[in-house]
Design a protein around this ligand. Sequence first.
Ligand SMILES: Nc1nc2c(ncn2[C@@H]2O[C@H](COP(=O)(O)OP(=O)(O)OP(=O)(O)O)[C@@H](O)[C@H]2O)c(=O)[nH]1
Ligand SMILES: [Mg+2]
Length: 195
Amino acid sequence: MTFINYASREINCKILYYGPGLGGKTTNIQHIYDRTNPVAKGKLISLATETDRTLFFDFLPLDLGVVKGFKVRFHLYTVPGQVFYDASRKLILKGVDGVIFVADSQVERWDANEESVSNLKINLKENGYELLKLPYSLQLNKRDLPHILPVEEMTRKLRQKDEPVFEAVASKGVGVFETLKAVAKQTLIELRKNA
Ligand SMILES: Nc1nc2c(ncn2[C@@H]2O[C@H](COP(=O)(O)OP(=O)(O)OP(=O)(O)O)[C@@H](O)[C@H]2O)c(=O)[nH]1
Ligand SMILES: [Mg+2]
């Protein structure tokens, strides 16, 4: 549900980072924010608890291109990954144009990844979206840690369609822009189709 502002000639897209708690969603957005030209970005808004888990969302408007004379502004959000914030996740999904799933590669977080993917599918459906039609990328994060699952196994089990898959170390910025660009590209293709 892209929002088009004819007065300012802007198209607004909403990209959402989804995934299990502590998987690295906020770290992705923080890195993008830190590395983006001040002219191209808005304010980073972060609502967190005292222990620094995202309670509501992170939000980052970013200018990334032009479609038919309209400036495309990407708004990046992350959901709170903790299981009990499901009501917030449902709310944030409204109006989504693309999703990045940030999986935690650690062996002990496997169940949390699976639970989060099925939660994503349920919430998309409830909001009337089809994952198959949505711009989507899969990020396998925390590749720097010792007890992690092989990329092939994670990909086989977590991949939902033919989405691009990226290995990442978000805390070092590895794979962060690649993942965002892949979803942004798919989103722009959708926009151009419908423009
Ligand atoms: N070693 C390592 N640590 C990481 C990586 N990415 C993120 N972290 C750390 O993991 C912790 C959680 O990261 P967050 O970005 O807050 O996770 P989140 O997915 O936003 O968590 P919620 O907001 O609770 O859903 C932080 O301490 C990060 O510094 C990574 O690739 N490798
Ligand atoms: Mg967070």
